[in-house]
Design a binder for this molecule. Sequence first.
Ligand code: SF4
Length: 124
Amino acid sequence: MSGVYIHIPFCKQACNYCNFHFATSLAKKQVVLDAINKEIFLTASGNSEPINTIYFGGGTPSLLSVSEISTILKTIRSFYTINTNAEITLEANPDDISVEKLESWKAAGINRLSMGVQSFLKKI
Ligand code: SF4
């Protein structure tokens, strides 16, 4: 059993209890995405075990555009064998979810969401 974890270290705002590594500025987003795609290539050599799980964690991976998520998945598919029934998870902020986003994420290959909910109180 083999899996790939992709850390997306960006968030809309800082939660005061959080110990994860993240930034609230997206200024370095493209640099990070380029490094992730390069890292996938570098770690793939010699690893022929089929992938059963891919997990986009963070941070807030749902801050990425569908095209950015799709590019990362295409890079993984280029260098690894992905099982046809692999579980591909995106951690999502409830604020980032819409019907259009769900359809696009599904089309890109995401088949599972993980949502962190800190409060069910809605600001009006
Ligand atoms: S959204 Fe999650 S990762 Fe980002 S600061 Fe809050 S708890 Fe940390």
